[in-house]
Design a protein around this ligand. Structure first.
Ligand SMILES: [Zn+2]
Length: 87
């Protein structure tokens, strides 16, 4: 499949090949990531997955959430830069 990070242009995520190969069932690979991404969407709206504050959340979730926010911001920045370069 085409690398979602660079759209086939080649980047660090895809070892500069522009594509990813999927081994095994893609659904099993994607399901926990989708669940964590959904939890992150709720967390960004102030609804944390576990009762309590951020210190009550699991470390993996806080790490995932932070990375997702940071990656989303990077993708948005890259998209804006690509749009600018096209003009
Ligand atoms: Zn790539």
């Amino acid at each position: 499949m085409e690398c979602p990070a660079c759209g086939g242009e080649g980047c660090e995520e895809c070892d500069h090949t522009g594509s990813w190969s999927v081994k095994g069932c893609p659904r099993e690979f994607v399901q926990p990531i989708v669940m964590a991404a959904n939890l992150s969407t709720h967390a960004s709206k102030g609804m944390l997955p576990v009762q309590g504050g951020t210190l009550d959340q699991s470390a993996w979730f806080m790490d995932f959430w932070q990375r997702l926010e940071s990656d989303t911001a990077k993708i948005d920045r890259d998209r804006i830069e690509r749009e600018r370069a096209r003009r």
